[in-house]
Design a protein around this ligand. Structure first.
Ligand SMILES: O=C(O)CCC(=O)C(=O)O
Length: 216
């Protein structure tokens, strides 16, 4: 394979293809189970915490690649549809390179009906998109972060991101958490079951087949 072709193949994988690598890579597990991050999650969902998944969203310069407005939980098959995401900035993430954006308070409207995006280049797994008005879009907040900082969003927050128009990579690690009362009522958007790990507290419900902690 030529170096350009292998670079492109590598980028295609990194864009949205790196799922649940905390089972293989210590540094991802260390971030996802970091006590400081878990402390924030505990203050939001309680002392029993399951790590549901990790997923990189990595955007290189490309006018066409974006993340359409969506809520995380709509196609995750969770009941109740409750999850919390930490978006950990691997790179500096700003307006120019397509940082994540969110519509304030949109998580208070419950799970919304999603359709398909009409624009090519949506990085989401099944091209999902939720329609929002121009007025709502004007309220969007850009979640600019320096490398090593993180934002936290509710699974029903409407969020997305615009293309990366710079030569600076914009890579974020999304880390998804749920409380153990949540169960999998349906397959997720990839038709798969989740593989959660108990990262803090206990699991008094036993709703999931838990995976062992991958590293001590
Ligand atoms: O990284 C992005 O631009 C979008 C991330 C996202 O959609 C998510 O955390 O669910």
């Amino acid at each position: 394979m030529s170096s350009t072709r292998s670079k492109n193949a590598g980028r295609a994988t990194c864009r949205i293809g790196l799922l649940d690598r905390h089972f293989q890579e210590t540094f991802i597990w260390e971030i996802a189970s970091h006590p400081t991050i878990l402390g924030y999650i505990e203050s939001l969902i309680g002392e029993d915490i399951l790590l549901l998944a990790t997923h990189f969203f990595c955007k290189y310069r490309d006018e066409t690649k974006f993340v359409a407005w969506h809520q995380d939980v709509t196609y995750w098959g969770l009941e109740p549809p409750e999850a919390t995401t930490v978006w950990f900035a691997v790179d500096d993430s700003d307006v120019e390179n397509g940082c994540m954006r969110g519509i304030p308070s949109s998580h208070r409207n419950g799970v919304m009906q999603h359709g398909k995006s009409n624009a090519a280049g949506n990085l989401l797994s099944i091209n999902q998109e939720v329609g929002i008005s121009a007025d709502e879009e004007r309220t969007a907040v850009d979640l600019e972060l320096k490398s090593g900082q993180a934002s936290i969003h509710h699974g029903q927050l409407v969020h997305g991101s615009l293309p990366n128009r710079t030569d600076r990579r914009r890579c974020g690690l999304t880390i998804r958490y749920v409380a153990p009362n949540v169960r999998q009522a349906d397959g997720n958007s990839l038709g798969k079951r989740w593989s959660p790990v108990l990262v803090r507290g206990e699991d008094p419900y036993g709703n999931f087949e838990l995976e062992p902690r991958p590293f001590s």
